[in-house]
Write a protein that binds this ligand. Structure first.
Ligand code: SAH
Length: 492
């Protein structure tokens, strides 16, 4: 039983701490020094610093994107043989790696939704964005295989993965020795669990064509937290007191009420030495507040009244992830059609599991994790996992705005969702099986420890910090149907 190999008690989840590690500072008049002579913590730090010399400071989103997915040294995209990011030897641990029950219950959720939507006999697509080692998909597929009518309706499995090495690991786990072929949108192989079922890999969900006759079931576990964020701070501009020059002479400027503005936090290399110090800076990069508006600060904070409400609070910091919003909008249009072409029969579902606040806008949540310890997200670019809280309300808004054919349920705490999905009962079955096989108290303890950790609702427990949210079809006349885990019953 694979659960025995999981449940590593000492490994920490990515959301290890809640407090900011990033402090914004105003750009000082530092003098530039050559990046050639300077010692950089990683090759990616050097190339980033050189790029910034040409372009000027970059957004947190641009920095995050490079650190995570640059082909030249990105955290996910440039792994060599030194193992992957997960588990005891990696940097963090995720729920599917802690207990097999997690992926199994995600599978049960998909089957329950498929049943609730009338058991479509064909055209079902299973998609996962950011599938890591492929463990969740493996547990999910083993579960779906047990529901033959649903298994028979599955037409293809899609894995949206930016990392070539993780793609290889997923292929090995889900397809064994079957050949991997290159195709127009990426790669494909044959799933070991089903006869004639293809698994298709691509780097972006937009490569997969949208088809209103299909039923996509999309899973996003710890994917959105890895998507780049822009960070903005509300500032009161210094009032302009200089007189207005007119042909008849200067006249005093009328007093305008000070109106706050959003300014973007930007990343630039730290000055090599501060004037008073001879020691090099600890971090290669620093966060500074832009002194002028940026194209993003003039647009993104105006896209929702939620941001406007905070603009009047000087010092307020908000995080916005446009890539996350376009992924949520993409999920919604696949399920319910678009505002231009509403689907005649919305179908499919998306399940988003991640960490972030239930209702508020994330603030100061950029974090770094390395070898199970919180570190600065500005340290060792490409060697540190960087993530940020997910703005669930923003994802819900983006989905509803993109498609009239969907509704959103949640977010609910992961502990509540897993409880409603029957985690205790499933774990009890596994414990009985383990005892039956004479696996001993250590094995049993691991199963027990694993599922309890996932539902722990203590102040920093995974059951509280992680949330579940679902995007499902909105069908006129069927208002009020609640998906399983969000107030509905398991119809399996
Ligand atoms: N869902 C997995 C892994 C979470 S880690 C689990 O829970 O164990 C984040 C995953 O998203 C990794 O597989 C990483 O390679 C992938 N990823 C990160 N940024 C991505 C992007 N922009 N596009 C596609 N995949 C991305």
């Amino acid at each position: 039983m694979r659960a025995n190999h999981r449940g590593i008690a000492t490994a920490v989840s990515r959301c290890t701490h809640q407090r900011p590690i990033v402090r914004a500072s105003f750009a000082s008049g530092s003098r530039w020094s050559s990046s050639e002579s300077r010692q950089w913590s990683t090759p990616l730090a050097k190339s980033l610093a050189e790029a910034i010399t040409t372009t000027g400071p970059v957004s947190v989103a641009a920095y995050m994107r490079q650190c995570l997915t640059s082909p030249d040294g990105g955290y996910y995209t440039s792994r060599n043989d030194d193992g992957d990011q997960f588990g005891k030897k990696g940097d963090f641990i995720t729920s599917p790696e802690i207990s097999q029950v997690f992926g199994e219950l995600v599978g049960v959720w998909v089957v329950a939704e498929w049943i609730a939507q009338g058991k479509k006999s064909s055209g079902v697509q299973i998609m996962e964005v950011g599938p890591g080692r492929g463990t969740l998909m493996d547990d999910m597929l083993r579960t779906i295989r047990n529901f033959k009518p649903m298994a028979d309706s599955v037409e293809a499995i899609y894995m949206i993965e930016a990392s070539p090495s993780l793609r290889d690991a997923q292929k090995k786990l889900l397809c064994g020795d079957a050949a991997m072929e290159e195709i127009d949108i990426g790669f494909q192989s044959k799933c070991k669990y089903f006869e004639n079922l293809k698994i298709i890999w691509c780097e972006d969900i937009r490569f997969i064509s949208k088809d209103a006759t299909k039923s996509p079931f999309i899973i996003a576990h710890e994917f959105f937290d890895a998507l780049p964020i822009h960070v903005f701070q509300s500032v009161e501009p210094t009032p302009n007191t200089s007189p207005i020059l007119t042909p008849t002479g200067p006249i005093p400027r009328p007093k305008a009420p000070p109106s706050s503005q959003w300014r973007e936090l930007l990343i630039s290399p730290t000055p090599e030495h501060s004037p008073s110090s001879t020691t090099p800076p600890l971090l290669d990069f620093q966060l500074t507040l832009s002194t002028a508006p940026t194209p993003h600060s003039q647009y993104l904070p105006l896209t929702s009244p939620r941001y406007a409400a905070l603009a009047k609070t000087p010092g307020a910091i908000i995080e916005i992830s446009p890539e996350s919003l376009s992924y949520a909008a993409d999920f919604a249009t696949r399920i319910g059609g678009s505002t231009d072409a509403r689907s005649a029969l919305p179908s499919g579902a998306a399940l988003i599991l991640d960490y972030g606040p239930s209702a508020t806008i994330p603030t100061n949540s950029l974090r770094g994790v390395r070898a199970h310890k919180p570190v600065s997200p500005l340290a060792a670019p490409g060697k540190v996992d960087i993530s940020a809280d997910v703005d669930f309300v923003a994802l819900a808004e983006a989905a509803i705005k993109a498609s009239p054919g969907v509704e959103v349920h949640g977010p609910v705490k992961q502990g509540v969702w897993l409880g409603a999905m029957g985690i205790r009962e499933r774990a009890e079955v596994l414990v009985r099986k383990a005892r039956g096989k004479g696996e001993g108290e250590e094995g049993v303890g691991r199963i027990e420890g694993g599922w309890k950790r996932l539902v722990d609702r203590g102040p920093t427990g995974m059951g509280r910090i992680y949330k579940a949210m679902a995007i499902v079809p909105h069908v006129a006349g069927k208002d009020g149907r609640r998906p399983v885990g969000f107030g509905g019953d398991v119809g399996v």
